[in-house]
Design a protein around this ligand. Sequence first.
Ligand code: SAH
Ligand code: DHB
Ligand code: MG
Length: 225
Amino acid sequence: MADDPHATWTSVDTYLTSALGLSDETVERALTNQREAGLPEINVSAPQGKQLALIAQSIGAKKILEVGTLGGYSTIWMARALPADGQLITLELDEHHATTARASVEQAGLGSVVEVIQGPALETLERLKAEGAGPFDLAFIDADKVNNANYFKAALAMSRPGSVIIVDNVIRNGAVTDLESADTAVQGVHALNSYVASESRVSATTIQTVGNKGYDGYLMAVVQH
Ligand code: SAH
Ligand code: DHB
Ligand code: MG
């Protein structure tokens, strides 16, 4: 273990990605496109992307909802786990991010499976709900953290019993333990946790993680019968 734990976590992610053959040309191209387009490198890691794909596969997901597209890296991981008649709807505020993601999704051959909807996700979710979209078998929430609880509620409203809802970045380098935090992202996690704890329609847990993204974690919820 090196002195710098973050360096060790990054090396281990690199090792695992190689040892398990996690990455491939398609997802790497999305990362290259994202970098060339000047987007921030805040996508999930390859091990995390693979885990999202495995979760989608293990529940036989046919419809996936994503909140926070960025360059479409996590989008492509999940969309590839769908059957040919599957559907993934991903919501992105930033026009340039959405355009970049659409190009990478096309290059990945997933243009007919993935729909990138540009706009504030809260508004798009309201519209989707009104249109009777879903039910989504899997939702991945990874956008502006302050709205975590609102996104979770919207995902729950478009779910069915057995649907899985995952929320990224809910540990924040341990800052979640500061109940007085002035960080709106931390406050967003607190709001999410108190909502999830009070909502009898879901059963949930949170797992702490380390890796090239630092010390963070994700919440996983299953919609109950
Ligand atoms: N899921 C992506 C990373 C998403 S980063 C991946 O792992 O590859 C978070 C994204 O959420 C950014 O692209 C940001 O522009 C977007 N975002 C921020 N606020 C938003 C909002 N109100 N509605 C929709 N997207 C938003
Ligand atoms: C940020 C956002 C993410 O979704 C993430 O996984 C890491 C960082 C950010 O906004 O900095
Ligand atoms: Mg994230």
